[in-house]
Design a protein around this ligand. Structure first.
Ligand SMILES: [Zn+2]
Length: 189
């Protein structure tokens, strides 16, 4: 068995710390680093001042297809994909940096005091990438606005219309604001 170098271990602790601050569950940390369960649990308690939550991870592809989650997932994925493809920030680092950009964007224009949970949690963002890796999700180009949106894999792309161009009637007031934001990302990234 090859021993990890100190530098490599330090890098993994740094990644794990960043992920814990962003709200990652322990299962995510175990997958993304080679640190032991005990060390990760200790790190978690040091940073969050609480024990890591137990229980299953949210495992649902369909969640990403509902209206608001789909728009948020698309915002995050656009950032991740750009970083992972065009910058030195790749893999787990691109997940962290992409999620930070998503948070900045999702919180833009909201009052400073708003500390409500983001629509897309860090663990969900991580799940999203797993679903892409296992070919359960893909980006489909909307035939109306041209933006790339998170969609079920193997869905016919020819007549795809995105959640912004065809929102459900209940989408209501948040619609215009979310549309403006996502279109900006979809077009620039
Ligand atoms: Zn569209």
């Amino acid at each position: 068995m090859s021993r990890k170098s100190v530098a490599q271990e330090a890098e993994e602790i740094l990644l794990a710390s960043d992920m814990i601050r962003l709200g990652a569950r322990l299962q995510v940390l175990q997958t993304e680093t080679s640190l032991s369960y005990d060390r990760l649990a200790r790190l978690y308690r040091e940073i969050r001042k609480a024990s890591p939550p137990k229980g299953m991870l949210p495992y649902s592809v369909d969640w990403f297809m509902t209206w608001l989650p789909n728009i948020h997932a698309t915002m995050f994925y656009s950032h991740f994909q750009f970083l992972n493809t065009h910058t030195p920030s790749t893999g787990t680092r691109a997940l962290i940096d992409g999620y930070r950009l998503y948070l900045e964007q999702a919180n833009a224009g909201r009052p400073e005091s708003t500390d409500s949970e983001p629509v897309l949690s860090f663990t969900r963002a991580w799940m999203l990438l797993r679903f892409f890796d296992s070919n359960m999700l893909q980006l489909s180009d909307c035939t109306r606005c041209g933006g790339g949106f998170v969609a079920h894999a193997y869905e016919p792309k020819a007549d795809f219309i995105c959640a912004i161009c065809q929102p459900p009637p209940r989408a209501g007031k948040t619609r215009a604001r979310a549309a403006k934001k996502t279109r900006r990302v979809a077009n620039t990234v």
